[in-house]
Design a protein around this ligand. Sequence first.
Ligand SMILES: [Zn+2]
Length: 286
Amino acid sequence: MPELPEVEVLVRHLDPLLRGKRIRGVTVGRAKIVRPETSATLADRLVGATFGATTRRAKYLLFDLRHGTRSEPFSVVGHLGMTGRMFLQPASAPLPKHTAVSIDLGEQRFVFEDQRCFGRFNLDRAPLAELGPEPLSDDFTADAFSEALGRSSQAVKVKLLDQSLVAGIGNIYASEALFLAGISPLRRARSLGREEIGRLRDRVREVLADAIRFGGSVPLDWSGAGKGHALFYYGAKETGPATRSAEERFAVYGRDGEPCTRCSGEVVRCVQAGRSTFHCPRCQLA
Ligand SMILES: [Zn+2]
């Protein structure tokens, strides 16, 4: 599943490619993806509009659009779900089998492909209102983080995935940040001391920034099934040099049974709230 760094890398890739391009047509292949819009209402709103900036909020992609300079700008809200991919391809190339939305830009097409169909591409901004601060912004302060964690009796790992606490942290980077901070994922959020919370905040930011830097440096193939997955499945056992080097960057994620990189103890996997957690019980005392 794509996490914040993958979405950020994708946004930086798409922004210059889409900016200034005019939408000539919209074809919806999976109606579920554009709800509450229908294929017709989405096309009606989008055709004729020109792309402005493409930005990110948590794991959402925001595509700014406007019809001429005198009209009000508006945004399409996109989300990759579990298996979504977005890329540009030549207009003459055949569309992928699981094309959810295809946007005609003239010589090129902007394609949203989504095999499992958990993604979204519509005009509904409601989900954005429920999001907590961006982890890489100045809004994510140790004070706010401390206040939110202090109220919770949930395990800190589970709480880190709460998008209203801090937006965009997913399963991979929650395990990684807790390992780097030396904090057990099993501890209750409110048991963390002030210094630990400050450390965890810093490691969350560090692990995400590192992944974005890394993702931006990987040579990617944005089209073509399988090959393109190198970006979105950093942790998956895909073949290919880009994915392998990505996996090697994880300290604990997906490394259960392997020796800890710090103490040589064994990394263990457990399940919290239905999701896998990886940690070193020696370096991260409960
Ligand atoms: Zn260890």
